[in-house]
Structure formats: structure tokens, C-alpha cells
Design a protein around this ligand. Sequence first.
Ligand code: NAD
Ligand code: UPG
Length: 466
Amino acid sequence: MTHVKNICCIGAGYVGGPTCAVIAYKCPDIKVTIVDVNAIRIAAWNSGRLPIYEPGLDEIVFARRNKNLFFSTEVEKAVNEADLIFVSVNTPTKKTGVGAGYAADLAYVESATRGIADVAKSSKIVVEKSTVPCRTAESMRTILEANSSDDIRFDILSNPEFLAEGTAINDLLYPDRVLIGALQTPEGLNAQKALVEVYAHWVPTERIITTNLWSSELSKLAANALLAQRISSVNALSAICEATGADIDEVAYACGRDARIGPKFLKASVGFGGSCFQKDILNLVYLSEQLNLPEVAAYWKQVVDLNEYQKKRFVSRIIKTLFNTITNKRIALLGFAFKKDTGDTRESAAITLCKNFIQENAKVRIYDPKVSSEQIYMDLSEPGIVDNTEEVKKHITITSSAYEAADNTDAIVIATEWDEFKTLDYEKIYDRMNKPAFIFDGRLILDASKLQNIGFRVHTIGRAAI
Ligand SMILES: NC(=O)c1ccc[n+]([C@@H]2O[C@H](COP(=O)([O-])OP(=O)(O)OC[C@H]3O[C@@H](n4cnc5c(N)ncnc54)[C@H](O)[C@@H]3O)[C@@H](O)[C@H]2O)c1
Ligand SMILES: O=c1ccn([C@@H]2O[C@H](COP(=O)(O)OP(=O)(O)O[C@H]3O[C@H](CO)[C@@H](O)[C@H](O)[C@H]3O)[C@@H](O)[C@H]2O)c(=O)[nH]1
């Protein structure tokens, strides 16, 4: 069996960076090199200010960097030196061509795979870390095998990543499970053992699941679909709560106490965001359609449709409550990231809310503790609507505190569940707002009756207005 001594990770993003930094941290006997074609990103990984924010990441990277953890743009060199290569490149939804809007764009995976085939001078274990449609490993294998010879062989493994942003380091240090899929051949099983040995440095072996390649690939899409489905289910119930006087937190708690349902991931919200849920479900929808399973495709598509409905419903409630117009009204948008403890805004519900407010000619004041102004301007620019930063700036103001954002506004909208929003001095905020002062809690994090006593009119998702 191969004992892995040298790992290369292609793709220094949200997954490749933290995952392989933790491997280096837990396996001081293994050299880990993370490579990327994006030189700016690599420079940031080599600097004092890492390109992504994750609690605990700095400590891990700074502890191992330039010891057994390296960040580089020299892809060929790192590939050649490695005996195991993670492919952790982006797999976004296709924007054009066949499957546009649904299928995963596998161009980056293919280009990384061809890159390995072109330069490898010795046998490699190639590990699919990116989230991909079921049976992608077969295409990778075909490309690699077409380039293998008597002295060079490639074994492919699937090792999907389950970390969630904001808790990535904790998820990597103490994973619920690590999943490794392999072809059920003697060589495939040997490669699988070699990767099990790497994780076994810190993950208890009963938490390392080994399966066939296709189960492993599908399990990643399935896990995300099931998680997102829970949120859409609870969000669908939140609409019933608002219309009946039931309280979604109470309903979720009562349901979650059933051990078969469980309490986690039942928090109603303005809608799920993040780079994965929508993309991976649409990928599953496309796969189902390709397999001629239209009913299955429609079932999963509904999870995404409900999410869009939830965002629209929240915007409508805000406009209706603000006397059917928000033209020229000042709205404080607290939070722009797709969840707390990350600076990532990909598919954030806040973007949809803000674009809707802009279209209604409101003046939006945005505060987020971790998202940069440049990122916000970029996310809100939309060809044909608000084309560029200068145009966006006419509609929004980015502030450096929640207090500043709320100054002279008609309404506060909570879009991200940052802890600091729970403990703001709301009396002070109330005094500085136009009256009547409204709060729309899209994350169910505020004490509504306390705010009502101050004088606020409070609207919470999944609750009738008070
Ligand atoms: N973000 C998450 O929380 C998360 C969690 C689990 C799984 N995933 C999956 O992991 C994969 C990576 O996601 P991410 O969020 O890290 O993406 P990302 O966009 O942050 O990073 C991908 C990196 O790959 C680089 N890259 C692309 N092609 C390359 C090539 N041929 N050679 C070298 N570098 C190349 C890009 O420059 C980019 O820096 C995706 O398939 C995603 O679905 C993401
Ligand atoms: O009860 C909940 C839980 C989450 N969310 C929202 O759902 C989105 C996604 O949250 P989360 O799953 O915590 O973050 P991600 O980083 O997107 O992680 C998901 O997507 C990753 C990428 O595939 C997977 O690896 C993870 O296991 C999976 O949780 C966010 O907008 C959350 O605010 C809710 O609205 N209610």
C-alpha cells in the first residue's frame, strides 16, 4: 500500500485552503502544497492576511506554513512531486450552453485533470474533492488512463467535503464523518486505504466511511439536498405560521424534539444562501432529468423554488408594512454575508433583498462586520439595471457600524444572524430612527417583545406581527 508522503491540492479556495491546511496541521510527516492559478489568492495565502475569513484558520495556517504547508502557483512542480492530488477546483452552475442554469460546469475539473495527465512522471492517487455530478470520476479516469503507461498509473477516489463555512475548522478537526469512495478493484481499494491512513491521523476510524465511487459522489449532492430541503420545509411552515398565529420557532422546537426529526437545521430564515445548496440541488435536478426521471427532478426543484418564494415573500411583507411604498425611504440592512461568521456573500439572501429595495427606489444603508465594500458593490451591480459601482452608490451607503446604518431610517432589516445584532442598544437605535420605527427580523434572532416595549413595530419571519 502507498503511504502518502506528499500531497498536492489543486485549488486554494474555501475548501482546498482550510482542508489541506488542517491535513498539514494534523500530519506533520506529510508535505502539503496547495496550488492555484490565481496568483493574487496565493499571495494572500502567503501573507499575514489570508484570503478567506474562518474562525481558527489563521492559527492553523501560521503554525504550519513554510514547515510542511506551502502555497504556490507552480502547479506542475507540485503535481509532479505529489503522490496524492486533491482536485478542489470550483464547479459553478453552467451559465450558457447545454444544461445552462442547472448543470455543473466541469471545465475546471477537466482542465485540472488534463493538467495532471500532461505533467505526471510517476503514479498518482487523484482525489475528487470538488462537488461533482454522479459519475464524474469516470470521465476523470478516462482522461487519466488515456495518458497512463506501464510505469505510471492513476487511481481515482471520491472524497467530498462536508465542511460548512463559518465553522470550517471545527468541522474539519471534528468531522461527523469522512467519506471516501473508490473503484472496487484491488488497486482502487489500496488507494482508498492510503487516504484512510491520512485522515486516521486525527479522525476516529469509525467515522471514516468507505463506499464505492458513485455512492460517494451522490452522497454529497444528497446530503446538501436533504439539508436544504429541511430549511425549505421549515420556511414553508413559516408562511402558515404568519397567517395563523402559530410561532415557527415553537413549531420547529416541538417537531425537533422527536428524535426521528432531530433539532438541528430547522431555523426558519429569509432563505438559504451560500455557494453550495442552490448549485448542488440544481445539479441534482439536472442529473435526474438526464436520467429521464422528471418527477424526481421536479421534487428537488421545488426546494429551490420555495427558497425564492421565501425571499420574495419577505420583501412583499416589508413593502406592504411600510404603507405600500418604500420609495425614498431609508432602510438599514444589517448583514450581507449568507450566514454569520463568514465574509462570503455568494447567493446571499441579502443581495436579493437589496436589489429589490433598490428597484423600489429605497435608500439602503448596509452594515456587515466582515464583508468588504468592494464585494457589496460588485454583488449589487447588474448589467442593464445598476451597471457599475458609481450607479450602485446612488442607492446604497455602506456604514461601519449597525448604529450608523440605522440613523434616520424608517426600518431595520436583519438579513444575517451575526451575534452582535442581538446585543445592540436598541433604545439608542430607536431614538435615532424615523417614527414609526419598524424592525423586520429575517433571522429570528431578536427579542420581539422587548423591542415592542421600546416602541418598535416588529415583524419576524414565521410569526404574526406584533
Ligand atoms: N465553499 C464551501 O463551503 C464548499 C464546501 C464543500 C464543497 N465545496 C465544493 O468544493 C469545490 C471548491 O469550492 P470552493 O468554494 O473552494 O471554490 P473557490 O472558487 O473558492 O476555489 C476554487 C479555486 O480553484 C482554482 N482553480 C480552478 N481551476 C484551476 C486549475 N486548473 N488549476 C489550479 N487552480 C484552479 C480557482 O482559481 C479557485 O481559486 C466546489 O466543487 C464546491 O462545490 C465547497
Ligand atoms: O436551520 C438553518 C440552517 C441554515 N440556514 C441557512 O442555510 C444556508 C447554508 O448554511 P450552512 O449549511 O450552514 O452553510 P454552507 O457553508 O453553505 O454549508 C453547506 O454547504 C456546504 C457546501 O457543499 C456543505 O459542505 C455543508 O455540509 C452544508 O451545510 C445559510 O444561508 C444559512 O443561513 C437556515 O436558513 N436555517
